[in-house]
Design a binder for this molecule. Sequence first.
Ligand code: NI
Length: 179
Amino acid sequence: MATYEVLVFPDDRLRKHAKDVTVFDDELKQLAADMFETMYQHEGVGLAAPQIGISKRLVVIDPQRQDEQGNVIHDQLVLVNPEIFAKQGEETAQEGCLSVPSYYENVTRASEIDVRYQDLDGRVIEMHADGFLAICIQHEVDHLFGHLFLDHLSSMKRQRIEKKIAQKQRDAKHQQNHK
Ligand code: NI
């Protein structure tokens, strides 16, 4: 197992369109496993390959529900070449992103979706999702198009967050230069 560095906004690589996966081999399975490892390390619930600088239409998700005893139930989902082909309803929920660390904002998305994707063996699967899973899938598929949850906010809110992040990064650089 290996973990990757997660790219952080405003890295240009987060803005690229990812390429279709065409080869379903052991290397792809290893990449998905390493993406789960990276995601768990950062306590995330979803990760898209562009977030680790790999231009592939590949997403891993694990909503990690808790049962009544407080045990974490893992539910790993790998989506290769996902396409959301139907959307219904509307829901607003708080979102964060490993590429925009420590910012959480309300985002409005479809409450139900239908998604077509391939598994790690290339089999085509269709799935209906709602609730938290539907939100996760929409958030991660956005990454494959170079979109971040910030793009769904009002321009005023987005600019305020972008300014704060830029300031934080300048401060971090300044501190590093004076070590
Ligand atoms: Ni994200």
